[in-house]
Design a protein around this ligand. Sequence first.
Ligand SMILES: [Zn+2]
Ligand SMILES: [Zn+2]
Length: 329
Amino acid sequence: MKERIYLLPEEGNFYKGNMHCHTTISDGKLSPEQIKEEYRKKGYQIVAYTDHKKYIPHQELTSEDFLPLAGVEVDINEIRPGKERIRTRMFHINFYDTNPEEMPEEKARYCAADYWNYDLSYVNAYIRKMKKLGFLASYNHPYWSMQNYDEYTQLDGLFAMEIYNHGCELEGLYGYNPQAYDEMLRCQKNIFCLASDDNHNEYPFGHPLCDSFGGFTMIKSRELTYPAVMKALEQGDFYSSMGPEIHSLYIEGKDLVVETSPVQKIYVKMEGKNCYKKVAPSGETLTEARFTLTGKEGYIRVACRSEKGLFANSNAYFLENMPIEFTTE
Ligand SMILES: [Zn+2]
Ligand SMILES: [Zn+2]
């Protein structure tokens, strides 16, 4: 058998996570406990609590089958005299704490501060400081934030960005950001991508505008513990989805192999505008694809689309970082 490089690790279990959530601690309608209850019922094991500017670790909600991640969403808004707030741009950045045991008071203080400058050097300095405090930074919903290439490609120190935000999708069809992700990658920002709910639960469960259970991240970890899940996040051992599943992803020899739940299309996006693709005939579905790589792809990332039009996206993998021999035999 040819040697395999597992892009999603072979070992471990997939844990279903919502990486962006608001509760009654900020402007959400459900308590942290209710969020745990409802997400557990829907098969989630992980929720990152990311209330606006309020860092509360919620570690008391940890149980055998549920892991709360300590987080916060920070917003840095453009203030323009005479311009309404809904027409101004803003950086929304989620921070995930890699170790909630350390310096909780300092973290809470720093996340709650209210002296923001809408200025890239300020924002980058803020991200640096938060990284020093132990946080991973993820850039949220660029489309909703009315930001563009000139702004987000200048951000430094990110670990990820949201490729899909379900709340923004329901609010203004602003949810899906694959273009921004490719733009980041093409600027050599080697970051991961997350899908999340960003739920506020204004609408009850079952209502078509309920913002829970639409965007999730499948994290492959050896166990459901804080250090193991954080390590998996830091290493990029996850994919993001609106529905379809990516069961395995590896390179065998020079072939990229993708195994999924039934989908209509499996595409491999890369640094140039060309793609590898496998598409099911009308009325049929696919569950696997194999593509031979040339070594000239730059990065590769897999996007799968279900018959309902829902996407699962892998992280991007830069081939230069991989031990693959592409020279011809
Ligand atoms: Zn936001
Ligand atoms: Zn939010």
